[in-house]
Design a protein around this ligand. Structure first.
Ligand code: FES
Length: 139
């Protein structure tokens, strides 16, 4: 057999076996849920945002190994980034950070990008009209 049973990089396997940031954030500032039309897998992503900076990210993914590894990586990548910077993270960047994905598994990384964008959209729609640092109420 050529190439062994799996063509996943070591990093993908490592994030699959020890995913970072699994779970939910209570009262998140942004939450996104997307489904992959190709395989039916589902990813949920939760964000905590303070003054325009993502301080926490968690995920729940019901999907394949590549989907879990990309979710894990994307939650690591967004932490400490501004919302604007996070909006620029592409599925390719996530796959590259994992040392690449087999071509047939690239669609799984699209799920991670879409879950992130959907959580950021949710944050932006909730925070509309509120400037970072603006006081909500003054007594
Ligand atoms: Fe469904 Fe990978 S096969 S996300």
């Amino acid at each position: 057999m050529r190439g062994g049973p799996t063509q996943y990089s070591e990093k993908v396997m490592e994030h699959f076996k020890n995913p970072r940031n699994v779970g939910e954030i209570e009262n998140p500032d942004g939450v996104g849920q997307v489904g992959n039309p190709v395989c039916g897998d589902i990813m949920e992503l939760y964000l905590r945002v303070k003054d325009g900076i993502i301080t926490e990210a968690k995920f729940k993914t019901f999907g394949c190994g590549a989907a879990i590894a990309t979710s894990s990586m994307v939650t690591e990548m967004v932490k400490g980034k501004s919302v604007e910077e996070a909006l620029k993270i592409s599925n390719r960047a996530v796959a590259e950070a994992l040392g690449g994905l087999p071509p047939v598994k690239m669609h799984c990384s699209v799920l991670a990008e879409e879950a992130l964008k959907s959580a950021l959209d949710d944050y932006l729609s909730k925070s509309k009209g509120k400037l970072p640092g603006e006081k909500v109420k003054s007594k």
